[in-house]
Design a protein around this ligand. Structure first.
Ligand code: NDP
Length: 250
């Protein structure tokens, strides 16, 4: 039974139609929050919002938005704030990979990964910040990755975007700390999701050897950490990067 730590609170979760984003939205809903779920594909996110409402009884809404696009973010966040003038929680989770060795990486694959993974965090945070500052309360949680801390061959674009999120998180934390707004980053290792389903069995078994716990993580485990960082229980924690990786980063 999830503790009802978020009753009366409203959250926005990006990339919430599946994977970690859906699990985070689900956890926040179980904790009592109203959840605005954002993803690019309209049908996918509407279906996810309906499924979550049916499963939890929580108030949910699905919004189609390209989080890397200024006009799309401003329009969507404007509409969300019209409907829910007080939003206390932002989980910047949407992300993609376009892997390849640096020698062969196309310029557009670098730009697109940085746009969707990093520019999105800037756009979504900025779109909500005035509201959080006025409220003098809020929690921002940004999904980075173990790869943003340690690097990974074949993922220079992804690692750069995720390392950028860490710098963004720490700087935002410093700017807004005096308003009782926290901004933290969560750095998962290998978590079972559509993103990691793309790996071959050989790649997976090679990765498992580097995880002291000997298994992939579950989306619900990441969601529990995000829900803690989105609650009053974490009120004195800001600017931190939390590894959640079965010991992979030790
Ligand atoms: P998935 O690929 O399973 O889901 C990605 C989500 O992001 C989908 O809801 C997708 O919606 C949404 N999305 C993608 N592009 C956009 C866009 N331009 N605008 C709005 N929404 C978008 O990813 P995961 O759940 O695996 O990963 C979630 C986050 O966690 C990512 O930031 C990822 O980098 C990070 N992470 C994941 C790890 C893992 O092992 N899975 C490890 C470390 C970090 P749609 O289908 O509509 O495009």
């Amino acid at each position: 039974m999830t503790a009802k730590t978020l009753i009366g609170q409203t959250a926005i979760v990006t990339g919430a139609s599946r994977g970690l984003g859906y699990a985070i939205a689900e956890r926040l809903a179980h904790a009592g929050a109203k959840v605005h779920m954002v993803a690019r594909n309209a049908a996918g996110v509407q279906e996810a919002a309906a499924k979550l409402a049916a499963a939890t009884g929580a108030e949910t809404r699905g919004w189609a938005c390209d989080v890397g696009d200024s006009a799309s973010v401003n329009e969507t966040f404007g509409a969300i704030l019209k409907e829910s003038p007080a939003v206390e929680i932002l989980i910047n989770n949407a992300g993609i990979t376009k892997d390849g060795l640096l020698m062969r990486m196309k310029d557009e694959d670098f730009d697109e990964v940085v746009r969707i993974n990093l520019r999105s965090v800037f756009l979504c945070t900025k779109a909500l910040l005035r509201t959080l500052i006025k409220q003098k309360y809020g929690h921002i949680v940004n999904l980075t990755s173990i790869v943003g801390v340690h690097g990974q061959a074949g993922q220079t674009n992804y690692a750069a975007s995720k390392a950028g999120i860490i710098g963004f998180t720490k700087s935002t934390a410093k700017e807004v700390a005096s308003r009782s707004i926290t901004c933290n980053a969560v750095a998962p290792g290998f978590i079972d999701s559509d993103m990691t389903k793309a790996l071959t069995e050989d790649q997976k078994s090679e990765i498992l050897k580097s995880i002291p716990m000997g298994r992939m993580g579950e989306a619900a485990e990441v969601a529990a950490l995000c829900a803690f960082l989105a609650s009053k229980e974490s009120s004195y924690i800001t600017g931190q990067v939390f590894g959640i990786d079965g010991g992979m980063g030790i």
